[in-house]
Ligand binder design. Structure first.
Ligand code: IMP
Ligand code: MG
Length: 179
């Protein structure tokens, strides 16, 4: 994979990812003291981040997953979102922490937040690993952010192009077609 010409320069290194996730975990542990937050991972992209983040949180956490699909081209979202896999758990009175890989336009998150709020949770907050600078069409209102990055298409650490590259341990730019 290292000789793949589509793998561009590193945007966030493995060391930086792990150091920041440790900090986020400490912050979440202190903010949710005495509570058992329900981490809601947005599949598929968030699965790598969620697994590292969860192990940095020193609280009794529970997990659920949702899969959404946005209509659009391979590297751009259209804002039209469809739930492909819904949650298994009831959100009534739960402290929900949505774990997202990347916020681009913010449209996916805006849709998710509206959808989750309607289910009667005690709170809904968002932890996004990456936020692309200057691209949000709606205020994403993010409680926790890992890194703000330039508005380029990136891959790795859960992020894909046509299901590839999710297993890269760092985040880098994508040099291939459509980027
Ligand atoms: P938004 O609705 O425009 O904020 O797009 C959010 C979703 O689009 C993310 O959850 C990703 O699945 C995908 N996405 C946005 N930007 C990138 C990127 O640079 N690399 C890989 N996936 C991306
Ligand atoms: Mg994706």
């Amino acid at each position: 994979m290292l000789d793949d010409p589509n793998i561009g320069p590193v945007v966030v290194s493995e060391d930086k990812l792990q150091a920041r996730i440790t900090e986020l975990g400490e912050q979440i542990t202190s903010d949710y003291q005495g509570r058992a937050p329900l981490l809601v991972g947005v599949l598929k992209g968030a699965f790598v981040f969620m697994s590292d983040l969860a192990r940095a949180i020193n609280l009794p956490v529970e997990f659920d997953f949702m899969a959404v699909s946005s209509y659009g081209s391979a590297t751009k979202t259209s804002g039209v979102v469809r739930i492909v896999k819904d949650l298994d758990l009831d959100l009534t009175d739960r402290h929900v922490l949505v774990v997202e890989d990347i916020v681009d336009s913010g449209l996916t998150l805006a849709y998710l937040r509206r959808n989750l709020r309607a289910r009667g949770p005690a709170s809904v907050e968002v932890c996004a690993l990456l936020v692309k600078e200057g691209l949000q069409k709606v205020d994403p209102d993010l409680r926790y952010v890992g890194f703000r990055i330039p508005p380029e298409f990136v891959i790795g650490y859960g992020l894909d192009v046509a299901e590839r590259y999710r297993n890269l341990p760092y985040v880098c730019t994508y040099l291939g077609e459509g980027s």
